[in-house]
Design a protein around this ligand. Sequence first.
Ligand SMILES: *Cc1c(COP(=O)(O)O)cnc(C)c1O
Length: 463
Amino acid sequence: MTSQRSLYSQLPATDRLLRDASFSTLLEEFGHTRVVSTLRDMLDDAREHIRSQETLPGWNADWATAAKAKLEASQRSALLPVFNLTGTVLHTNLGRALQAEAAVEAVTQVMRSPITLEYDLDGASRGHRDRALADLLCELTGAEDACIVNNNAAAVLLMLAACADGGEVVVSRGELVEIGGAFRIPDVMRQAGCRLVEVGTTNRTHLKDYRQAAASGSVALLMKVHTSNYQIEGFTKAVSEAELAELGHELDIPVVTDLGSGSLVDLSQWGLPPEPMPKQLIEAGVSLVSFSGDKLLGGPQAGIIVGKKEMIARIQQHPLKRALRADKMTLAALEATLRLYQHPETLVERLPTLRLLTRSAADISEQAQRLAPALQTRFSERFDVRVEPCLSQIGSGSLPVDRLPSAAITFTPKDGRGTTLGELTQHLRTLPKPVIGRISDGRLWLDLRCLEDEASLMEMLSQ
Ligand SMILES: *Cc1c(COP(=O)(O)O)cnc(C)c1O
C-alpha cells in the first residue's frame, strides 16, 4: 500500500507538464483542449497500471513522447489511403472505383462554391437536381430519362417501390441473387412492398414460365436481375431481356432490369470480357435499367436508373427518392465521369478503372521485374522474393468468372512458417500508406495491376 502511494506521488501534475518546453509544439499542433484530455486519459491509465502492476508505466519517463504518439494515433483518419495490390480492381472494401482527375476537380469546385443544384438560371424556378445528368445519361444510353440515387441497391428498391406499387413482380429462380452486405432480391422486394413471384427453376427458366405467372392478372412488373457474382453452367436456360421485353410489350407489363455493374462502353474492344450495356437493354425494349456508378462505370458511389419517361417521372415523385437522392459531390463527380465518355478516344487514359483494367500482363510484368531487385535486397533475409504471373479480378461482382492475366511480386517465407508471413503482412499494413496484398499458397502476392505510383511505394519500402 505504502509503495503504491509513493508510486502515485511520482506521477506528474498536468499543469507542470503543460508548462514544460517539450509540450509547447504539441499544444500548438493539437490545441489545449485535446492535449489536456489526452493527459487526463494517460493519468487514468497510469493509475490503473500502478494498481494492477505495482510499477510505474514505462512511458512515465517521457510523457511528451507518449502523448505525441497518442495524439497522432487519434488523428489517423479512418479513411486512410492504401496501396491496393490485391489484384482486384473494383475492391468494395477499398472503396471501389478510383475517381478520374476531372471528377476530383469537379467535386472540389462544388464543395467550395454555391452551385445551381436545383436552380434554373433561365427561369429562376426550382430545377430538378438530376436534370443535367439525366440528359447526359440519355445521350449515353439512348434512354428517355434518368434518375440518380445513393447506390444501385437504393435504385432497385426505389424502382420497385415506385413502379410495382404493391403488386406482383415476377423473377426467375435463377436470378434471386444475394450481393454482399445483405442485399438479397427477395428481401428488397419485401422492403419495397411488392410480392415476389418466383418462376422457373435454379438452372432453367422459360418464356412460358413468365407468361403463366402473368396470367394471374395482378403482375405489375417482369424483372431480370443480372447474376453478376456467379454463373450457372451446364444444362441451363434463361430468357433474354429482349425476349422478356417482347412478352412485356404483348401483355402490357413493363420489364425492369437490375444490371448491377453495366458498362457504358463495349469492353470487348480492349480484349476485356464483354459486360452487358444499359444501351443494349434499352434498345431491346426494357422499360427501366438500374446500375452502379462505382463499378465498371468508374465513377462515384451512385445508383442510376434509366428508361421510360413516365416511369422515371413516377420514381422522381416517390417519397423514397427524397430519402435516397444523391448529394452534390456525387452528382458533380458523376457528371465529370460521364463527360469523359463523350470523348471515347481518351477514355482509357483518363478513366482510372478502365486504365487499370486494360493494362497488359506484359506491362505489369515489366514493372514487377523493375521493382523486384530492390525488394529482394530489402527482404531476402527471411523471404524468397520472386516475380510470378498471376490473375487479377475485376471485382464488385463484375464479370465474376473472368480473370485478367497480370504479374505479382511474391514473398515466400524461407522458414516456411505462416507466422513469418503474418508478420510481413502486418508490417505492410502498418506502414504510413499501408500495402494490401493477398495471401495464397503459403505466399504473399502483391499484384501490381493497380500500382500507378510506383516511386512512392518503393521509397516507403526502402525506409
Ligand atoms: C452490385 C450490385 C447491386 C448493388 O449495387 P450497389 O451500387 O453496390 O448498391 C445490386 N444488384 C446487382 C446485380 C449488383 O451486381
